[in-house]
Design a protein around this ligand. Structure first.
Ligand code: SF4
Ligand code: SF4
Ligand code: SF4
Length: 210
């Protein structure tokens, strides 16, 4: 089974992965297959002695399709267009997609969106052509912080250890069993993460405008 590893403690939110994907896939302005979620929280605390401390935190999540073991997008597609290819990666068959958008609603990670020109679903294809040729995805190669990795899940575990995909604000991984392992930053791994919020909704949601 192929999947992604993401080291949240390394990611600086630079968006090089996002841009490398846009360039490789020749996507028009505003469309992205990989997005960066900026998640922030915390406050200033008055210590009562004329000093202040802060609990402010910020972390970033680089997210594309997770090529889930239990892909809701595939289950709801009425034409079989959304499917797992020979590599086990979840991709769209453009000859079958009727642009109904069911996959965009079913995916808890909001990975697929309807291409406004093609009127068909499109999303991260896991760089299937590169992977079939023994190469790694462009986004993984591009990350200057080496925060991303890709490969057989067993190999990822051997290289990085075992992690799940449960990090705020992502949904519970029980929903689709994503092939994504996330190594959390200290902030993401602490209770204060529950007090945070996504601060770049506009940037993320633009990806889904039709
Ligand atoms: S992340 Fe979403 S689009 Fe990708 S396989 Fe999982 S359910 Fe489908
Ligand atoms: S695997 Fe390929 S298509 Fe998917 S986000 Fe990375 S560069 Fe884009
Ligand atoms: S290129 Fe690497 S460090 Fe930069 S946003 Fe992407 S995953 Fe994070």
């Amino acid at each position: 089974m192929l999947g992604f590893f993401f080291d949240n403690s390394r990611c600086t939110g630079c968006r090089t992965c996002e841009m490398a994907c846009v360039d490789y896939n020749d996507l028009p302005a505003g469309r992205k297959y990989r997005r960066i979620i900026d998640y922030e929280g915390g406050t200033w605390i008055d210590n009562g002695d004329g000093t202040f401390s802060t609990s402010a935190f910020c972390y970033h999540i680089s997210l594309a399709c997770n090529h889930c073991a239990n892909p809701e997008c595939v289950h709801v597609c009425p034409t079989g267009a959304m499917h797992k290819n020979d590599l086990g990666l979840v991709v769209v068959n453009n000859e079958r997609c009727v642009g109904c958008g069911y996959c965009t609603i079913a995916c808890p990670y909001h990975a697929p969106s309807i291409d406004p020109i093609l009127r068909q679903s499109s999303k991260c294809h896991g760089c299937s052509d590169r992977v079939a040729a023994g190469k790694r995805p462009i986004c993984v190669e591009a990350c200057p912080l080496r925060a991303l990795d890709f490969g057989e899940v067993d190999d990822l575990i051997a290289r990085h250890g075992t992690f799940d995909a449960n990090i705020l604000p992502l949904p519970d991984s029980k929903l689709t069993s994503p092939n994504l392992m996330v190594k959390k930053s200290p902030a993401a791994d602490s209770e204060m993460a529950e007090e945070g919020s996504v601060v770049n909704w506009l940037e993320i949601e633009n990806n889904h405008e039709e």
